[in-house]
Design a protein around this ligand. Structure first.
Ligand code: NAD
Length: 323
């Protein structure tokens, strides 16, 4: 197959995988395989600019708005993240930022394998929860979100507040769910991420409640209204407003510190009660984040390091799968 045909082939394959993953929560290939094919497509598209296609999977913020929930437009776009896969690519990202920002600091956080969510509060009360959807318009899934016990319905702040984070299915909830599915002769969920996404899209919130989801909050959307200057301060403030914030993060000054922290988390990854598929590296200063801005798809001030694939034996499925 020549490179032009390979591009067409990869676009078709990736589009099919995206629909399986985002629409039906039922992927047929591992995330690593998907990421590998996407990387290959992007490399080939760079070599063949004459084959540009605005509808290529590489050009999309993937996500779909389903029927059944009210559509809500986000105040500001919910972006995805670019990916890096090794030390050298982290170094490139750091060098690029150091080229335009002085005394740079990064916050390195866990990358939860769940689904992005926005929460809105007015006058100290929860108003609504909206999925990322296609980044501009999401779905109002408030009824299901209210079943997550760790999400506050009231906060000690009367001004408008929007926080964003990740809803996930803890490993224990996932195991219990698949055990119930097995007992009832129903299809097993491929992974906690897909199980979480499927639960949030249940029209009967009783079903969602039985799935025992949880969430971590990592982004204070209107931090500027509160005079918050850094991501670290934003995390602290969210915690003081009773949002569940993961204490497992570190402020780092250079690639070496970032890499060491990533390695230390990777070592204990299997012992964490939730799935992470990588680490997110964010510029700490919020004003520098605004200066760097975003491309159409991803922010320039943050990136996601994806863990390499590892072979594991799953207890439930009793087959060897790649995660
Ligand atoms: P992504 O998974 O590469 O990362 C971006 C997302 O990370 C953000 O939108 C946010 O929701 C999340 N995130 C978690 N922790 C975070 C933190 N601490 N700070 C900021 N964000 C955090 O991007 P995506 O667009 O959600 O999904 C694309 C990925 O989905 C692909 O890389 C692939 O792995 C997977 N995928 C797999 C298939 C398949 O068939 N297996 C198909 C499509 C997509």
């Amino acid at each position: 197959m020549n490179e032009e045909n390979r591009i067409l082939f990869l676009r078709k394959e990736l589009e099919k995988y995206s629909i399986e993953y985002y629409v039906y929560d039922n992927p047929s290939v591992s995330d690593q395989e998907y990421d590998r094919l996407m990387q290959e497509l992007m490399t080939l598209e760079e070599k063949h600019p004459e084959m540009y296609d605005a509808n290529s999977p590489s050009q999309r913020i993937i996500g779909q708005v389903l029927e059944g929930f009210e559509k809500v437009r986000h105040d500001s776009q919910m972006l995805s993240l670019g990916n890096v896969f090794n030390y050298e690519e982290i170094e490139e990202f750091v060098n690029r930022i150091q080229g335009s920002v002085k005394d740079v600091e990064f916050v390195v956080e866990c990358k939860y394998d769940g689904l992005a969510m926005s929460l809105i509060y007015e006058n100290g009360s929860f108003v609504r929860a909206v999925t990322r959807g296609d980044g501009l318009v999401g779905e109002d899934v408030s009824a299901n979100i209210k079943t997550i016990q760790s999400i506050p319905m009231h906060i000690p702040e009367r001004r408008h507040v929007e926080v964003r984070g990740e809803v996930y299915m803890p490993k224990k909830s996932f195991e219990e769910l698949n055990e119930r599915q097995k007992k009832n002769n129903q299809a097993l969920f491929a992974n906690p991420r897909n199980a979480a996404a499927g639960s949030i899209r249940q029209l009967d919130s009783g079903v969602c409640a039985s799935r025992k989801l949880d969430a971590y909050w990592y982004y204070f959307q209107n931090a500027q209204d509160f005079g918050i200057l850094t991501q670290q301060e934003a995390l602290d403030r969210m915690r003081s407003l009773n949002f569940k914030v993961n204490p497992l993060y570190k402020v780092c000054k250079n690639t070496k510190e970032i890499w060491e922290f990533i390695q230390s988390i990777q070592e204990k990854r299997n012992d964490l009660p939730y799935e992470i598929d990588g680490m997110v590296i964010k510029l700490n200063s919020l004003s520098d984040q605004r200066t760097l801005g975003s491309t159409a798809k991803v922010p320039r001030y943050a990136t996601a390091y994806k863990f390499p694939a590892e072979r594991v034996q799953t207890r439930l499925l009793d087959i060897v799968i790649t995660v």
